[in-house]
Design a protein around this ligand. Structure first.
Ligand code: B12
Length: 227
């Protein structure tokens, strides 16, 4: 690691958060240090201020995880440290209390699946919890193959089909599956790191919408559910 880069990582703040902006850098600092107590403290204070779990996901944990990805990409931390930080983010996600709002009618169901073989489940987990806070019943579809998506949707008959992808070797099978689900008359919403890194990919796979974060995703889910 070069000296200048080291200074950059070490210069992330340790001071208490008092500002209006989400304390992303404070959280990144705590994640890099593996400091659970401070990470919990930062998340809890932000939750107390916003009152919504989805805000902690979209405005704090999501940007912190992306920043960690960038720090890794610049060679300033190793894979092991990045993995430890991701595991800590997963732990923080699971310990946050639900903040239900019942924004959608009772009985609305969303079938959510991760692209088969894709291990990037962290974002999908956040999105699923955000949907549940909104009042959706989320059914996770564990698919062996993307070709099974339409059959699973036909069996489950959800109000909405949602697909999360963090790593997608080819968009072609996904586009085929999205088309098959839409032929059933079901709307398809997509999200995850793959779509965030290629802003027009959601159109190319023929989805009805793309949620760049968990909050935008829940707003679009509501809209598509009503359509
Ligand atoms: C953590 C991480 C991992 C962890 C995943 C841990 C876990 N439990 O999820 C592990 C170590 C397993 C991993 C493995 C790999 N990874 Co990785 N990983 C990342 C990293 C750093 C962060 C991803 C993440 O968790 N983001 C945080 C969450 C919160 O963000 P999110 O997923 O986007 O989710 C948010 C929104 O998108 C939205 N959302 C999520 N899903 C959905 C769904 C819907 C419908 C909606 C509306 C919204 C929505 O809500 C969430 C909250 O706001 C990214 C780098 C980056 N900066 O993106 C690389 C990254 C995604 N990984 C990448 C790669 C290449 C890999 C590997 C192939 C590496 C390798 N050579 O082994 C493997 C793939 C393994 C596999 N088969 O999947 C690439 C993907 C590039 C690409 N274009 O495909 C990235 C971008 C890194 C890079 N710069 O190259 N990775």
């Amino acid at each position: 690691m070069a000296g200048g880069e080291f200074t950059l990582v070490r210069s992330l703040p340790r001071t208490p958060w008092r500002g209006r902006r989400p304390p992303v850098r404070l959280l990144v600092r705590a994640l890099l240090d593996g400091d659970r107590t401070e990470a919990v403290n930062v998340c809890d204070r932000f939750l107390a201020r916003t009152g919504r779990r989805v805000a902690v996901f979209a405005d704090l944990l999501h940007p912190a995880q992306y920043e960690l990805g960038d720090i890794w990409y610049r060679g300033m931390i190793g894979e092991e440290q990045e993995l430890q930080a991701a595991a800590l983010v997963g732990w923080l996600v699971d310990r946050l209390p639900a903040t239900p709002t019942a924004s959608v009618p009772a009985g609305w169901r969303c079938m959510l699946c991760l692209a088969p073989g894709d291990r990037h489940e962290l974002g999908a987990r956040m999105f699923a919890l955000a949907l549940e806070d909104d009042g959706w019943k989320v059914e996770l579809a564990d698919l062996e193959d993307l070709e099974d998506l339409a059959a699973a949707a036909e069996r489950a008959r959800p109000r909405l089909a949602a697909i999360s992808a963090g790593h997608l070797p080819s968009a072609v099978p996904l586009a085929r599956s999205v088309a098959a689900v839409r032929e059933l008359g079901l709307p398809v919403l997509v999200g995850g790191a793959v779509f965030n890194r290629s802003a027009d990919l959601w159109r190319r796979v023929g989805a009805d919408g793309w949620g760049a974060d968990a909050r935008v995703g829940t707003v679009l889910a509501r809209r598509l559910g009503r359509a």
